[in-house]
Design a protein around this ligand. Structure first.
Ligand code: IDP
Ligand code: MG
Length: 143
């Protein structure tokens, strides 16, 4: 295992429910650290580009509408095995299948309004981090 960075987004449903602090606690509790963060209200163009891999899926239009419906918190999380660890902390895409104690199990209300996004591989983490952050915006933690 190695120290990795991954992209996390707290989605408009969870931001709207004032759950930012509670959700970040799940990451920190499991050893992930926030090394970059910004609050954004995604434009239609940004959401389409970010999710372009899903362009052909039936839910694409709804996904873009949802992701542009309110502000999001975009973060880079760092830690041991961060990409897989973040996915584990998030829980399954469909909150009905997500275990209690995972973010989606505890905060998500439906498969489309599912509280958080997380990169799913080393390659996507790299691309997704670069989508939102310039290198100088990502900090080095001293511990
Ligand atoms: P992930 O977020 O767990 O990586 P993906 O399959 O990459 O899941 O899907 C991206 C996002 O698209 C999901 O988080 C969810 O918001 C939405 N989504 C995925 N599958 C469905 C679906 O069947 N209906 C509605 N929305 C979906
Ligand atoms: Mg995904």
């Amino acid at each position: 295992m190695a120290i990795e960075q991954t992209l996390s987004i707290i989605k408009p449903d969870a931001v709207g429910q004032n759950q930012i602090g509670n959700i970040i606690e799940y990451f920190e509790r499991d050893g992930l650290s926030v090394v970059a963060a910004k609050m954004l209200h995604l434009t239609q163009e940004q959401a389409v580009k970010f999710y372009e891999i899903h362009q052909q899926r039936p839910f694409f239009k709804d996904l873009v509408t949802f992701m542009t419906s309110g502000p999001v918190l975009v973060m880079v999380l760092e830690g041991e095995d961060a990409i897989a660890k973040n996915r584990k902390i998030m829980g399954a895409t469909d909150p009905a299948k997500a275990e209690k104690g995972t973010i989606r199990g505890d905060f998500a209300t439906s498969i489309d309004q599912n509280a958080v996004h997380g990169s799913d591989s080393k390659e996507t983490a790299k691309v997704e981090i670069a989508f939102f952050f310039k290198p100088f915006e990502i900090t080095k933690r001293v511990q």
